[in-house]
Design a protein around this ligand. Structure first.
Ligand code: XMP
Length: 514
């Protein structure tokens, strides 16, 4: 049976991946395409519905991002969001104009709940608005289904042609009942039954991998991070003994992490991975000695990682397949999928292939969002502490130690970080914060301990909340928790006499501390 698919057409707005994630939360598979994609190519995919996203342009200006008018006559339901709603109106002959003031933030919207799109939605819902342009006149055949004090057309529709326009953002958490609106669209209006489920994803992937790999040999670089762990276990379930997983411990992991990864994936764990651990700590410290410039440190760590992996791969000999833990945001953000996020050159795409002797790459998670990867991880029985692990950069503590990296500094930051994580978990904040860690500043200063003068390092704590990791806010951690961390770090970690909390947002800071 053909898989149900909804296509999200990306006009470059900031919430576009979020739209796709919300659709998938309704158990409907969806993919993101740039608005520049040929309509014929989109229709080849036989979508059950199409969603047009927000975007930064003004649809009436020359050169603005646009779409073919044909899109609205194919009989496929179309939902336009924000810019998408304006574009639909404009292309179909309505009027979009510049408002005197921007409507921004949480706004009360009066909703006609007779609309199929707004079934079971509150008639006066708080919705997230973010627009300058507004729909001054709907296109012919449309009726208004929502409005606000400042916005006469907050939603409009042409039921017979299955065309729906919403000025606000149902995908954003601040919109009350926003998920219901998207559910109504994809499940009721597009008629999708909801066949996108992680248990069937696992089954189907295992079958597809077996078919592809046959009797071939497979090599996987396992970092212990969520993506590579889930990819490795999926491969192991599919082809067991034909797989070898190489885990390079570069000595820049968090406290005891190497042993924890080995406990789960090594010979004493539950999976057949042919797990090879390489303890290359001293090699990395040797290469990093005397190096203080952040980019140079990154380069050295990256290159050394490749060298170590290459040596190991040579021992194994030619392989047929190399596994990569690429996930859908990596694909979209490297400009291959949608429109929005070419902003960030990506860490996880590219890298390994050129130096290993292999025939083909396998990317079993290429179509999944992070939360879906986690669900697959749980389906596969991977322990929760690995599945819900926060992001950890490839160069590890190398990007959390300012100045030269030494074994001694690594130990200091590992111990401080372990305490911070313990206290965050104890306070029940671990699932709430998106990323948090300790970093070692290169600053030493005078302090007193007992009757003695000290001249020791300052630890910096970093904790952020973020949706996409491209922008972030420092989290407001309760003072009590910070004080407890401070007192434990100062008492338990030798070489530290001060603790600082980094309140910078990104931008201008970054999330990491390097
Ligand atoms: P920054 O510091 O750029 O980090 O604000 C954004 C997110 O990316 C992670 N990060 C990395 N992840 N390899 C990775 O796999 C890297 O080299 C790397 N550098 C930063 C960082 O932890 C944060 O989640």
């Amino acid at each position: 049976m053909e898989k149900e698919l909804v296509i999200v057409i990306d006009f470059g707005g900031q919430y576009n991946q979020l739209v796709a994630r919300r659709v998938r939360e309704c158990n409907v598979y969806c993919e993101i395409y740039s608005y520049k994609t040929d309509l014929a190519k989109i229709m080849e995919r036989k979508p059950r519905g199409i969603i047009l996203t927000g975007g930064p342009s003004s649809c009436y200006e020359e050169g603005a991002a646009t779409c073919s008018p044909e899109l609205f006559g194919l009989g496929v339901p179309v939902l336009g969001l924000c810019y998408g709603a304006q574009l639909m109106t404009h292309v179909l002959g309505g009027k979009v104009a510049r408002a005197d003031v921007r409507e921004y933030g949480k706004t009360e919207v009066n909703i006609d709940t007779e609309s199929r799109l707004f079934q079971n939605v509150k008639p006066h819902a708080i919705c997230w608005m973010s627009h300058f342009d507004y729909i001054a006149k709907t296109a012919e055949g449309f009726r208004v289904t929502a409005s606000t004090a400042d916005c006469p057309v907050a939603a409009a529709e042409c039921e017979e042609r299955k065309l729906y326009a919403i000025q606000f953002h149902p995908e954003v958490m601040h919109t009350e009942d926003g998920s219901k609106m998207l559910f109504n669209f994809v499940r009721n209006i597009c008629g999708c039954s909801g066949d996108w489920r992680m248990d069937s994803f696992v089954e189907e992937s295992i079958r597809a991998i077996r078919e592809k790999v046959g009797q071939g040999k497979v090599l996987c670089a396992l970092s212990g991070g969520v993506d590579s762990s889930v990819a490795a276990v999926l491969l192991s379930k599919a082809v067991g003994g034909q797989l070898t997983c190489v885990f390079v411990d570069h000595g820049l992991l968090r406290k005891d992490e190497g042993d924890q990864v080995e406990a789960v994936f090594g010979p004493k764990g539950n999976y057949e991975l042919n797990f090879v651990r390489i303890n290359a700590q001293e090699r990395f410290y040797g290469k990093l000695a005397g190096v203080t410039e952040p980019e140079e440190k990154r380069k050295i760590i990256g290159e050394e990682f490749i060298r170590v992996f290459e040596e190991e791969a040579k021992k194994i000999g030619a392989v047929d397949f190399l596994v990569q833990g690429t996930i859908y945001p990596d694909v979209v953000e490297s400009g291959l999928g949608g429109e929005s996020a070419v902003i960030k050159s990506h860490h996880n795409v590219g890298g390994l292939p050129d130096y290993v002797d292999f025939r083909e790459i396998i990317e079993p998670l290429r179509n999944l969002f992070k939360d879906e990867v986690r669900k697959v991880g749980l389906e596969l029985g991977i322990p929760e502490h690995l599945v819900f692990r926060q992001p950890f950069p490839g160069p590890g503590l190398g990007v959390r130690i300012l100045g030269e990296v030494t074994a001694k500094k690594v130990k200091i930051v590992q111990d401080a970080d372990a305490i911070f994580r313990e206290e965050i978990a104890r306070a029940g904040l671990d699932r709430e914060l998106n990323q948090y860690f300790a970093a070692l500043t290169n600053m030493r200063s005078v302090g007193v301990m007992g009757d003695e003068r000290t001249y020791d390092y300052a630890i910096a704590l970093r904790a952020v909340n973020t949706v996409d990791f491209m922008t972030a806010e420092a989290a407001e951690i309760p003072w009590e928790v910070l004080k407890r961390v401070m007192s434990r770090v100062i008492n338990e970690v030798k070489g530290v006499n001060r603790l600082l909390y980094d309140i910078s947002s990104k931008p201008p800071g970054t999330i990491e501390f390097e």
